[in-house]
Design a protein around this ligand. Structure first.
Ligand code: NAI
Length: 299
C-alpha cells in the first residue's frame, strides 16, 4: 500500500505520523509546496518509528508519489478564529484543483481522500477534476462531527463519550445533521425535544471553533477520525463511517457531495446506507444539499 499525503502542515504531518506509527502503509510520501517543510516532517516521522515501524517514509514532488493507492489531500488554508469553512472556498478550490491534476497525472488508479475545507465542496472538486468513480473520492469530516456530537451528549447525560453512539451527516459545516433519531446512550435509545436538539446542535457547531480560538487549529480529533477511514480502506474493515461523497440519487440528491453513512473497505465506499431521517433531520439535510449543491455548480 502506497499512500501520499499532500499538504504537510498541522493536519497532513500529524496524519502521516499516525499512518506510519500504525504501520498502515508500506510507502508513505509527503508532498507540499513548502518542500523543506515536507522533508523536515518526513525526517521527524522516520526517526519516530525507528524502533517500531516498517513504513518507508519520503518527501518530494508528485513523481515520487507515482502509483499511490491512496492520496489524502490536506493542502490549503485552514480557518482562523471567526471564519466559517465556506470562507476558505475561493482560495482552496484553486489549490485542490491544481493538486488533483498533478495527482492524477502520476497516480491514475488512485483513491482520493479529501480533508481540505470546505471539505464537501472540495471533495466535489476532487471528484470532478479526477474523473475517478465517486466511490473512490471520499471526504473526511462526518466522523469528526460525530465525535463532537458524542462529546456534547456525554456531557448532557453524564457518561463517557465512548458510551454514546451518535452520527452526524450532511455538511461538514454549519448545516451538519446530528442524527438524533438513532442516538444511543449506554446502548439505550434516548429522545430529545426540538429545543434540546437546537441547543445541542449549536454546541456541536461551536466545538471546532472553541479549539481553533484557543490552540490555533484542530488537529488530534480530525486526524484520528481520518486515520479510522484510512484503516478501513487499508485493512478492508467494512466500517460504518459517515463520509462525504458525490451523491447520485442517494437520499434523493444529485450533483453535490454530502456526508452520508457509508461502509468503507478496500474499494473505497462499498455501500451507502439509506437511513430514514426524521423531519427535523431531513429538513437540515435538504437545506445542506440545496446550499452546497449551488456551490458545487459554480466550482
Ligand atoms: P496548515 O496551514 O498547517 O497546512 C496546510 C499546508 O498546505 C501547508 O503546509 C501549505 O504549504 C500546504 N499547501 C498549500 N498549497 C499547497 C499546494 N498547492 N500544494 C501542496 N501543498 C500546499 O493547515 P492545516 O491545519 O493542516 O489544515 C489543512 C486543511 O485541512 C485546511 O483547509 C483545514 O481547514 C482543513 N481541515 C479539515 C478538517 C476536516 O475534518 N475535514 C479538520 C481540520 C482541518
Amino acid at each position: 500500500m502506497k499512500i501520499t499525503v499532500v499538504g504537510a502542515g498541522a493536519i497532513g504531518a500529524t496524519l502521516a505520523y499516525r499512518i506510519a506509527d500504525k504501520d498502515l502503509a508500506d510507502e508513505l510520501v509527503l508532498v507540499d509546496i513548502a518542500k523543506d517543510l515536507a522533508i523536515g516532517q518526513s525526517l521527524d516521522i522516520i526517526q519516530s518509528i525507528a524502533y517500531s515501524g516498517k513504513t518507508e517514509v519520503t518527501a518530494g514532488d508528485y513523481s515520487k508519489s507515482a502509483g499511490s493507492d491512496l492520496v489524502i489531500i490536506s493542502a490549503g488554508k485552514p480557518r482562523s478564529p471567526g471564519m466559517a469553512r465556506l470562507d476558505l472556498m475561493n482560495t482552496n478550490k484553486g489549490i485542490v484543483g491544481a493538486v488533483v491534476k498533478d495527482v492524477m497525472a502520476n497516480s491514475p488508479d488512485t483513491m482520493i481522500m479529501t480533508v481540505t475545507n470546505p471539505m464537501d465542496v472540495m471533495n466535489y472538486v476532487a471528484w470532478k477534476g479526477s474523473g475517478l468513480p465517486r466511490e473512490r473520492v471520499i471526504g473526511s469530516g462526518g466522523q469528526l462531527d460525530g465525535s463532537r456530537f458524542k462529546c456534547v451528549l456525554a456531557g448532557e447525560f453524564g457518561v463517557r463519550p465512548k458510551d454514546v453512539e451518535a452520527y452526524v451527516l450532511g455538511e461538514h459545516g454549519e448545516l451538519q445533521v446530528p442524527v438524533f433519531s438513532n442516538v444511543k446512550v449506554n446502548g439505550k435509545a434516548v429522545s430529545f425535544n426540538d429545543a434540546q436538539k437546537e441547543a445541542i446542535r449549536e454546541k456541536i457547531r461551536r466545538s471546532a471553533m472553541d479549539v481553533i480560538e484557543k490552540k490555533g487549529a484542530t488537529v488530534f480529533a480530525p486526524i484520528n477520525t481520518t486515520t479510522h477511514m484510512v484503516e478501513a480502506i487499508v485493512n478492508d474493515t467494512k466500517a460504518l463511517i459517515p463520509s462525504s461523497m458525490v451523491l447520485d440519487g442517494e437520499y434523493g440528491k444529485r450533483g453535490v457531495s454530502l456526508g452520508v453513512p457509508v461502509i468503507l473497505g478496500k474499494d473505497g465506499i462499498e455501500e451507502v446506507l439509506e437511513w430514514k431521517l426524521e423531519p427535523y433531520e431531513r429538513k437540515i439535510f435538504d437545506e445542506a444539499a440545496e446550499k452546497l449543491g449551488g456551490y458545487c455548480k459554480t466550482v
